[in-house]
Design a protein around this ligand. Sequence first.
Ligand SMILES: [Zn+2]
Length: 88
Amino acid sequence: MNTTRYPSTSCPHCGYKMDAASPVEGTGVPSEGDFSVCINCAGLMVFTHDMTLRKFGEADYEELVSDTDVCRRLLTVRDLIKRIKDKA
Ligand SMILES: [Zn+2]
């Protein structure tokens, strides 16, 4: 797993400041349209062209459910973050 740094941006759900992302698997770097999960609130987000993050829209949910592998991995990460936060 590798971590990619990008200009500071805020979670569109909770306002948490972020400047890095790590892929769930492999060594990929984020690009426009990639899905992400906020490490603070577990909100689902999408990378924009300038590497800021926006909330999921209707089309994003449709795309997510059309790819069961990506959906499973994204929701697994989201659930892990929620479980960690619930214990804190
Ligand atoms: Zn957040």
